[in-house]
Write a protein that binds this ligand. Structure first.
Ligand code: PGA
Length: 268
């Protein structure tokens, strides 16, 4: 059973007021909680999970506004050290202290704009696990890599490199996000068939790395121009267990429509 997980990646958007407003409006859609939604109440554990990854300064406000709604919070990055002289960085315990349950790691914007290597990301994955944060690990190929036939090589290298320090006992808490770089913020979504093929490939690699049970349990999100009108066709694919949503996650009505589409991924 893989409960679908839909995550909003706000990137560097919103003020505290806007974050609170978003969560209040989303909360109204979720009150009373729809039957397909995982509200966090006992017995609700198999529904669609909703996650919001907010910029660090908004997390405390977001945590207050999300309380009681069932919406979970995520950081968008962390530093592997617990504390220390790392100006501008944020640690896993700090994210836990702000009520984060998840953290996005290895997003292609971090890999490309901040030169993050898979080796460096693997340290972050280990730190997240050590402090009780569930990593949402992103992998994805560029257009050039896809056109040159290197997609599978690139995905396998990113996956294996980023999971090198994974604590296998907690492997099933990992969430993977397949985000083809050419589809992020471009309006060019991967077709459901193309996305499914990449997800099946990643699940097969997980099987080799972590064994059958973990590969079956780990949820793989698709990300890259997911919108209310394409979410259902993507989420109905057998190996697509959720979505990581950028642009369309900034509006609560559109994010809610994608959450609702997550119900089509039930049950797994
Ligand atoms: P997008 O971003 O939905 O705006 O394409 C997705 C992401 O970068 O996680």
């Amino acid at each position: 059973m893989r409960a679908p997980i839909i995550a909003a990646n706000w990137k560097m958007h919103k003020t505290r007021t806007e974050a609170a407003d978003f969560l209040q409006r989303l909360g109204r859609h979720l009150e009373p909680a729809p039957t397909w939604f995982d509200s966090g109440e006992p017995g609700a554990g198999e529904g669609v999970q909703a996650v919001v990854a907010a910029p660090f300064p908004l997390l405390e406000t977001a945590a207050r506004a999300a309380a009681g709604t069932g919406v979970l919070l995520a950081g968008q990055n962390l530093h592997p050290a617990t504390q220390g002289a790392f100006t501008g960085e944020v640690s896993a315990p700090m994210l836990r202290d702000c009520d984060c349950s998840f953290v996005i790691l290895g997003h292609s914007e971090r890999r490309a704009l901040f030169q993050e290597s898979s080796e460096w990301i693997s340290e972050k994955v280990a730190a997240a696990q050590e402090h009780g944060l569930r990593p949402i690990l992103c992998v994805g190929e560029t257009l050039e890599e896809r056109e040159s036939g290197a997609t599978e090589t690139v995905l396998a290298a990113q996956l294996e490199g980023s999971l090198a320090l994974l604590n296998a006992a907690q492997a099933e808490e990992l969430v993977l996000a397949y985000e083809p770089v050419w589809a992020i913020g471009t309006g060019k979504t991967a077709t459901p068939e193309l996305a499914q093929a990449a997800h099946a490939f990643l699940r097969e690699r997980l099987r080799k790395l972590l064994g059958e049970a973990s590969a079956h349990a780990i949820r793989i999100q698709y990300g890259g121009s997911v919108k209310p009108d394409n979410a259902e066709s993507l989420l109905s694919q057998p190996d697509i267990d959720g979505a990581l949503v950028g642009g369309a996650s900034l509006d609560p009505d559109s994010f809610y429509a994608i959450l609702r589409a997550g119900a089509t991924a039930l049950p797994r």
